[in-house]
Design a protein around this ligand. Structure first.
Ligand code: IMP
Length: 217
């Protein structure tokens, strides 16, 4: 069964001080705190993999990685599903596919997304697709992607997002599988970026004003 259960991080949660964990020196000045240490991410993904394998059957699934931000979650989630495949009676054939999206906003109300790379989506026709995304913020990107996928007629579509932001800007979209619900803050690390920086940080952290200024485009 799909589940909307996740770990909820409260608005008043301060995270962990940077000194308590290992941070690359080049980012020490640019982060407010560590919101989700990488060990906790790993443990949560282990459980998501178990929930996902319980829903799918031997028809298998095509895991669709939304680049670039989804790549770490995608590889770690698939590694866990493969481990379950090797070690339990039930095993789910896996195929992988990639899509790269460019999202931009025309005005405050309408986000537009464009597919700028990846495999031919026609390959997904008749398949059970699992979209693997890093973060749902307003939900507009995912709604548009689901719309694009509909045109190639997959058999089923499920969405796994590592993070879901709690924000007033949300259009109400909720993924089938979510790792953590987080406050309305800009987070980086674990492949999430700010202008292409911070993908090389393993914990999910809150960027500070210094970091935003330093890496602004
Ligand atoms: P949405 O369309 O508002 O849901 O935004 C989704 C996309 O915005 C994600 O796939 C990310 O690329 C980006 N995004 C939104 N919030 C964050 C954040 O806190 N950190 C990094 N990227 C973010």
């Amino acid at each position: 069964m799909s589940s909307n259960d996740n770990i909820v991080i409260d608005d008043n949660y301060d995270g962990y001080r940077l000194e308590l964990f290992c941070i690359p020196k080049h980012y020490e000045e640019d982060l407010e705190n560590i919101l989700i240490p990488s060990g906790l991410i790993t443990d949560r993904i282990e459980r998501l993999a178990r929930d996902i394998t319980q829903e799918f059957n031997d028809e298998g699934l095509v895991a669709l990685c939304v680049l670039k931000g989804g790549y770490k979650f995608f590889t770690d989630l698939l590694d866990r599903i493969k481990m379950l495949n090797r070690n339990t009676e039930k095993s789910i054939p896996l195929a992988v596919d990639f899509i790269r999206l460019k999202s931009y906003v025309d005005d405050k109300q309408s986000g537009k997304i464009e597919v700028i790379g990846g495999d031919n989506l026609e390959n997904l026709k008749g398949k059970n697709v699992l979209i693997v995304e890093d973060i749902i913020d307003t939900g507009r990107t995912m709604m548009k992607l689901l719309d694009i996928l509909k045109s190639v007629k997959p058999k089923t579509v499920r969405v796994a997002s590592l993070l879901v932001k709690r924000t007033e800007r949300s259009i109400g979209y909720k993924p089938d599988y979510a790792g953590f619900e987080i406050p309305d803050l800009f987070v980086v690390g674990y492949a999430l970026d700010y202008n292409e920086y911070f993908r090389d940080l393993n914990h999910i952290c809150v960027i500070n004003e210094h970091g935003k200024k330093k890496y602004s485009s």
